[in-house]
Design a protein around this ligand. Structure first.
Ligand SMILES: Cc1ncc(C[n+]2csc(CCO)c2C)c(N)n1
Length: 223
């Protein structure tokens, strides 16, 4: 990461302030079982149906970050990432739904889980601030927490593509570089904020981490 040590402390302090939820997310049972290839199909199906709904609000938030960024150099990686999320990742979802026997009717009939609704509301809240640092706070949680658990696989992948590809989508050179840049961007922008603005960023960050934890938990709750 290119940020100076003083700036780098902002993201690290946000992450520390989000404990114990941060560690609960990056070491969640869901991620352990995914990496081991032992995840129950019903749990994965429930998770993916809800997660696919998360993507729309996520892309809208990414758009708000693109619009509110303070310079063109920042818009470019965000645009590239938006292109990736709306191509490769959507394709994974469709193939995984097919392999897990989740048809369109089932997807349409399942209501949003409260954890999904919470996440969507949080992403909308960040988006509507139209403030780059606030948008980054929620984006950084979604990306950094996923890179962190996916890296634990250490390159050893389970045999089924439904498991393996969900790991490699979140642990590959492109994603690692993007997350590194995103975190350094939060550090750069954070260094320019006053105390009140920093507190707003920290509040969004903490709530996003709590929402990530609840989202994984929800996959295990009875349908
Ligand atoms: C609840 C939830 N939180 C974070 C992510 C991670 N994530 C969301 S969009 C995106 C970009 C492309 O992978 C990534 C990494 C997720 N999938 N679901």
């Amino acid at each position: 990461m290119s940020a100076s040590p003083a700036e780098a402390r902002f993201s690290l302090s946000l992450r520390a302030a989000a404990e114990p939820d941060w560690s609960a997310v990056t070491g969640h049972r869901f991620t352990d079982e995914l990496i081991a290839g032992t995840l129950d199909d019903a749990v994965l199906a429930r998770y993916l149906v809800q997660d696919h709904r998360f993507i729309d609000a996520f892309v809208a938030l990414l758009g708000a970050a693109i619009a509110s960024a303070d310079r063109f150099e920042a818009r470019i990686p965000l645009c590239r990432f938006a292109a990736m999320v709306t191509s490769d990742e959507n394709d994974y979802f469709l193939r995984a739904f097919k392999a897990l026997g989740v048809d369109e009717a089932m997807r349409a009939d399942l209501p949003d889980h409260p954890a999904t609704a919470t996440f969507k509301a949080l992403m909308a809240e960040a988006r509507l601030t139209a403030d780059y640092a606030c948008c980054l706070a929620v984006l950084v949680v979604a990306e950094w927490s996923y890179l962190s658990w996916a890296e634990r696989a250490g390159g050893r992948l389970p045999p089924r593509f439904e498991h393996a590809e969900w790991i490699t989508l979140h642990d590959n050179p492109f994603f690692r570089e993007f997350v590194g840049w995103l975190v350094s961007e939060l550090d750069r922008v954070g260094a320019m904020l006053d105390d009140a603005a920093r507190a707003r960023v920290e509040d969004l960050f903490r709530r996003a981490v709590a929402a990530e934890r609840a989202f994984f938990d929800a996959a295990y709750a009875a349908a």
